[in-house]
Design a protein around this ligand. Sequence first.
Ligand code: CAA
Ligand code: NDP
Length: 291
Amino acid sequence: MTIKSIGVIGAGQMGNGIAHVMALAGYDVMLNDISQDALDAAIAGIDGNMGRQVGRGKITEADMQTAMKRIETTLSLPDLGRTDLVIEAATERESVKKAIFADLQPHLKPETILTSNTSSISITRLASRTDRPERFMGFHFMNPVPIMQLVELIRGIATDEPTYTACREVVDRLGKTAASAEDFPGFIVNRILMPMINEAVYTLYEGVGNVKSIDESMKLGANHPMGPLELADFIGLDTCLAIMNVLHDGLADTKYRPCPLLTKYVEAGWLGRKTNRGFYDYRGDEPVPTR
Ligand SMILES: CC(=O)CC(=O)SCCNC(=O)CCNC(=O)[C@H](O)C(C)(C)COP(=O)(O)OP(=O)(O)OC[C@H]1O[C@@H](n2cnc3c(N)ncnc32)[C@H](O)[C@@H]1OP(=O)(O)O
Ligand SMILES: NC(=O)C1=CN([C@@H]2O[C@H](COP(=O)(O)OP(=O)(O)OC[C@H]3O[C@@H](n4cnc5c(N)ncnc54)[C@H](OP(=O)(O)O)[C@@H]3O)[C@@H](O)[C@H]2O)C=CC1
């Protein structure tokens, strides 16, 4: 099946980045969210990010104008019914994702491929609640989407080969690299990355270091581009906690228990950059460590 149009559900940082790269690669994009503010912020964000790419000579002004015209926004899920491939990128909560698929399903063309950008949730379980488990798979981008090269492709137990091939062709057209991961909690990247971030929070919780020393140690001592706490703020602490809970529940091993300090930050609504406060406070000119 040739994919021409893409539906993206959830206009947060991932949905916005996915719409950006898809439109630049020539796909028509229908971007959906439950909030008009989120849709407006996403379009402004894409405009700013593409503008920076023009400024740095990565794309032309004409590329940007054409791509921006390819992106439509909608508050109405049925509008995604006419697309060929849907990528769900809403909040990392299984109940939210299942409700979206249930609402969307009656409006889809029979051949439309359904995918989720979930960071950790079982593709097989999500697929089993839809009318098309063979045309369902995990399509996992990395943040920030316009920059990161990798896309994890995760087959559920029932995913058929034409579905995998069609998704793989989309990744190729984006100029990105696909990695196949088996459908187990957190797949590959988050199975490895998230316990490291959680351990950094334990290191903070136990007073081994403070926010600044932990991040500096990993940047200067292990050559990571961002410290683990800065990266957690960038990903979103709610998303980090949700992934740890999926690892803990799904693998039934106490080594994945989420750090209580991570839970406390999420309960405070200090979710990182998206709420202007997490392990750093972003409300001033420079980020200030909160511990
Ligand atoms: C949770 C999951 O399920 C999976 C995940 O995604 S895990 C998270 C994976 N991501 C990471 O680990 C990111 C680690 N951080 C980095 O690689 C880098 O710090 C970074 C690329 C984000 C920024 O790099 P930097 O050198 O500090 O900044 P800077 O020079 O300003 O930016 C580099 C490029 O990124 C772009 N960029 C930075 N932030 C961006 C954003 N939020 N959105 C879009 N583009 C962005 C810049 O425009 C610039 O683009 P060009 O190279 O085309 O000019
Ligand atoms: N953050 C990251 O680094 C990465 C995240 N992911 C995954 O991508 C997905 C999205 O993450 P991210 O973009 O960071 O999250 P955000 O919190 O930035 O965005 C999620 C968006 O989805 C919206 N939303 C919630 N419910 C619905 C719904 N029923 N229909 C449509 N939209 C809805 C939210 O609206 P509102 O704010 O109003 O609730 C919000 O705008 C998650 O599954 C996450 O695990 C994957 C790779 C990296």
